[in-house]
Design a protein around this ligand. Structure first.
Ligand code: MF3
Ligand code: CO
Length: 279
């Protein structure tokens, strides 16, 4: 570990336009997966659907083979928080399913996750978990729009969760978001809560993956023997959502959202950057 912060890769507007193509395709992959989520489908079937669509569109799945990771998606069901490996178990009514995926277009990476409830939720606590995790992501994104330092993102996520959930939800500690661009994981770290570091200065060209991970009740977890699966051990279930976001001189562009973030940013009094794909 170095005492000097790692260099942050700043992207040109042209590079951000390619990252937007990468993110927009990933958004479409998530929309396709959402259509297939129902009781009885296996997570391996969802993984194959994503793999085939990414390949058919001429892109490359970036999780597959990453540090030996064996699949296109991470699919984390119920008490699995993140990095669940797809398998042959069918989804059941009321399961909480977080799907994380990423891909590469012309060398530029995208990374995004959504959490679904299969059919009807089992409890209002499950609905609250999924709703608050989504709100926390947008609270973090909105904070980035006006932030001086990257650390503001985690502070906003922490504050939103504390306000909306009190003690009923915990952050997955030790995991967070990251810079993204010519690699999936780059500097800087983007934590979901306050840390000692205020982080690097926010600058146009910075692209970050923001990804709150929340667990009902206490936040204890363990790593399974497959060396990937992160499972909550306190009896609660978990949710994980993620967007890749670009900071531009004209505002934020949410690379992995269909409208570039325009609608959700507008709800928070912010204007998204013009979408290079719409110009
Ligand atoms: N989106 C995940 C993250 O940023 C990446 C999963 S690790 C992989 O943590 F090996 F599956 F790629
Ligand atoms: Co990520």
């Amino acid at each position: 570990m170095s005492l000097l912060p790692e260099r942050v890769e700043l992207k040109t507007p042209e590079q951000i336009a390619v990252m937007r193509r990468s993110g927009k395709l990933l958004h479409r992959v998530h929309d396709m997966l959402a259509e297939h989520i129902r009781p009885g489908i296996t997570t391996n079937e969802l993984d194959t659907l994503a793999h085939d669509m990414i390949r058919d569109e001429g892109a490359i799945p970036n999780f597959l083979g990453y540090q030996g990771y064996p699949a296109t998606l991470c699919i984390s069901v119920n008490d699995v928080v993140v990095h669940g490996i797809p398998d042959d178990r069918p989804l059941g009514e009321g399961d909480i399913v977080s799907i994380d995926g990423g891909l590469i277009v012309e060398g530029w990476h995208s990374d995004a996750a959504r959490t679904h409830i299969v059919g009807a939720a089992r409890s209002s606590a499950d609905e609250d978990l999924v709703r608050i995790t989504g709100e926390a992501l947008w609270a973090g994104i909105a904070a980035l729009a006006t932030a001086d330092r990257v650390g503001r993102v985690g502070a906003a996520i922490e504050d939103h969760v504390a306000e909306a959930a009190g003690e009923t939800l915990s952050h997955l500690e030790g995991f967070g978001g990251h810079g993204i661009g010519t690699a999936m994981h780059q500097a800087p770290d983007v934590m979901n809560y306050r840390t000692r570091s205020r982080g690097p200065k926010v600058r146009p060209g910075m692209c970050l993956a923001i990804e709150p991970m929340l667990i009902q009740g206490s936040g204890e977890w363990e790593l399974e023997s497959d060396d990937w699966t992160v499972r909550a051990t306190g009896g609660g279930r978990a949710a994980h959502v993620e967007h890749s976001v670009a900071v531009t001189s004209q505002g934020l562009l949410v690379l992995t959202e269909g409208d570039g973030g325009a609608a959700e940013l507008a709800k928070r009094g912010l204007t998204a950057a013009p979408d290079p794909l719409a110009l």
